[in-house]
Design a protein around this ligand. Structure first.
Ligand code: CTP
Length: 398
């Protein structure tokens, strides 16, 4: 099962902004992810960067706004429009956005937009005053109303040297927006999915914690996969160094109790809960107010049991747990399905080098509410996520 961009036809529209140089990185990352990227550059864009840069990276022809009647692409805008899985404009200038709002078709890019039925994502980049201008704001609203996805802009330092709202989103965020744009009307549209990720941290004193080796990668992959199928996603994230995925509502927590409070609040309106977090089973019975000083040869810390979040979470939603085990995988996981009242458990063997903490792959076994077992092959965590979502979707009421 491929990643979200593998084999997708992406039309990348590039218009005249200094942020054009970032579009080269975007084209590169899209191509690396297996997408077929056809670039269309406005005349303004060709003044900032060359068509050769995009051609070299995408290994595909680049359409420019030069009225070259000999170009193999001179009548191809309609063909590109028809084969596109998504049309992305990054960066999109105020002028380009205004033309789209008016429905103008006076160059290859705007003509392609008019001719396509594919979803369209627009990533504005311009000076803050230009973005704030009521004309631009109204044009952006018009595009949104017509169903286009507006990605950014982000606040920060602009080419003018001023600070403000107008920066092109960074490449990882643009990639997230593109995947979302392609899947926004898919089978999880209208569904709210709550995912937990990372390892909780239980304070011993103001400087020390008890935690675990969870990287958060599995939960983050599930959150992204659910977003890419149109879900509204809340990611309750404990300790992890991963950046927030685009278009996912990330709530940062520390302890098992914080995670419990947030998850129980979120599931009241959820269609599914997926607990991928490694939650501490025990926490220090009390947190020392001051840093514990080194004195005796031994130190005993009294621990108290935490609340089992999955057990406590009850309601009208599909409930999925994880079981990371080092021995007796299937009997232990089966026991958790029953004890926690789960619709599905995703069990993995931590002693397998292709599964578990920190790696990008996982090898899991599904055990459903009827205790039926299915072994899955080694897959990326994103692919495992898609399989979990397939199972969850089957369990949604019609
Ligand atoms: N879990 C939870 N709340 C806890 C502990 C675990 O919701 N306080 C969830 C985990 O997120 C996971 C599932 O329960 O989805 C199983 O976690 P695991 O640590 O494997 O099981 P435990 O019930 O803690 O049992 P044990 O540690 O004895 O294996």
């Amino acid at each position: 099962m491929p990643g979200p961009l593998e084999g997708k036809h992406i039309v990348l529209g590039v218009t005249g902004s200094i942020a054009c140089y970032k579009a080269i990185d975007l084209a590169s990352k899209l191509t690396q992810a297996g997408a077929l990227v056809d670039t269309i550059m406005s005349y303004g864009a060709t003044q900032f960067v060359t068509p050769l840069a995009f051609r070299s990276i995408t290994h595909r022809a680049v359409v420019t706004d030069t009225y070259d009647s000999n170009s193999e692409y001179s009548i191809e805008h309609v063909a590109l429009a028809h084969q596109a899985d998504v049309v992305v404009i990054a960066p999109a200038t105020a002028h380009c956005i205004a033309k789209l709002a008016q429905g103008l078709a006076d160059d290859p890019l705007t003509t392609t937009i008019i001719a396509t039925t594919a979803p369209v994502m627009v990533a504005p980049a311009m000076d803050a005053n230009m973005f704030d201008n009521p004309a631009t704001q109204e044009n952006v609203d018009t595009l949104k109303r017509r169903g286009m996805v507006i990605a950014g802009p982000a606040p920060g330092r602009l080419a003018s040297g001023l600070m403000g709202m107008g920066r092109l989103l960074e490449t990882p965020d643009l990639l997230g927006y593109i995947s979302y744009t392609m899947g926004k009307d898919a089978d999880f549209k209208g569904r709210k999915v709550v995912v937990s990720a990372g390892g909780t941290m239980e304070a011993i004193d103001p400087v020390r914690v008890i935690t675990n080796h969870s990287s958060g990668k599995m939960g983050y992959a599930i959150a992204e996969a659910a977003r890419d199928r149109g879900a509204e996603v809340v990611l309750v994230a404990a300790s992890t160094s991963l950046p927030d995925p685009a278009l996912v509502n990330v709530v940062r927590v520390r302890s098992a109790q914080d995670m419990c409070d947030e998850v129980l609040r979120q599931v009241k309106t959820a269609d599914a809960l997926i607990m991928a977090a490694a939650v501490a089973d025990y926490r220090p019975a009390s947190e020392a107010e001051q840093k514990i000083k080194k004195s005796a040869d031994d130190l005993t810390i009294e621990l108290a049991k935490t609340t089992d979040i999955l057990e406590a979470a009850r309601g009208n939603f599909v409930k999925v747990g994880f079981a990371a085990e080092t021995q007796d995988l299937i009997p232990n996981a089966r026991d958790k399905v029953t004890r926690k009242g789960l619709d599905l458990i995703v069990a993995n063997d931590l002693t397998d080098p292709q599964a578990g903490f920190g790696v990008d792959t996982n090898k899991v076994t599904f055990i459903d509410g009827d205790l039926k077992v299915e072994d899955l092959p080694v897959m990326t965590k994103y692919e495992v996520s898609q399989c979990i979502l397939d199972r969850i979707h089957q369990l949604f009421p019609a």
